[in-house]
Design a protein around this ligand. Structure first.
Ligand code: SAM
Length: 209
């Protein structure tokens, strides 16, 4: 598979504290803004490749009550569950490879992915991912894909990544799942790593047709 297996990611999350990971964000402000722009607290939202992200904490605090966090790594989700304590019971947790997962059709209004899709460096894996994204989202739902931008890092967590411009990503989505999505917005984002580096990201929003 592209993107490393569960063993790779379990080892990464087991070896370093959450706040030392290069992708750590204390305040997932852009994700929150994009989710809130497209869905209210009653909407079912899935964070794909959620890892140990604090997005789930922030969404719970804003009243979102139908949250699913999916990740290949049980260790990663365990970090988030431990941090949330009793509130973890208010979230659905799925340990799965998203490229092999069978979502309930139309179950979600929002599909959010920050820094997981860009690990899919082969087209077959991207097709598997995007066909699941299409199946999981209800018509009128939104997908938010945040990846390294064209000038972003070439590697993350010791793995190669595929960098995307919004235009190239929109073309890839259309090529892999024709007619399923319309691009609605995109923006650039600079992520500041815990050690003070800067990583160029793009965030693209697609509407399920
Ligand atoms: C760079 S981390 C980002 C985590 C989180 N989204 C965040 O912003 O903190 C990438 C995450 O994607 C997960 N991942 C990678 N490939 C995956 C796959 N095929 N299926 C599900 N999760 C995957 C990894 O386990 C890891 O937690």
């Amino acid at each position: 598979m592209s993107g490393g297996g569960a063993g790779h990611w379990d080892a990464v999350y087991g070896a370093r504290a959450e706040a030392a990971l290069t992708w750590f964000e204390a305040d997932p402000a852009l994700s929150l803004r994009l989710i809130a722009a497209h869905a209210g607290p009653d909407a079912p939202v899935i964070d794909v490749g959620a890892g140990a992200s604090r997005l789930v904490d922030a969404l719970l605090a804003r009243g979102y009550g139908r949250l699913t966090c999916l990740d290949l790594s049980a260790a990663a989700l365990g970090v988030a569950q431990a941090r949330l304590g009793a509130a973890a019971a208010r979230v659905s947790w799925v340990v799965a490879d998203v490229t092999a997962w069978a979502p309930e059709p139309g179950a979600y209004a929002v599909w959010h992915d920050r820094a997981a899709f860009h690990f899919l460096t082969d087209a077959a894996a991207r097709r598997a991912y995007l066909s699941r994204m299409a199946a999981a989202l209800r018509p009128g739902g939104h997908a938010i894909l945040m990846t390294f931008a064209e000038d972003g890092p070439e590697m993350c967590s010791g793995l190669p990544v595929q960098r995307w411009s919004p235009a190239a990503l929109a073309a890839e989505v259309e090529a892999q799942v024709p007619g399923a999505f319309a691009p609605v917005a995109s923006e650039r984002h600079l992520h500041h790593t815990p050690k003070g580096g800067a990583q160029g990201f793009q965030a693209s929003v697609f509407r399920r047709l």
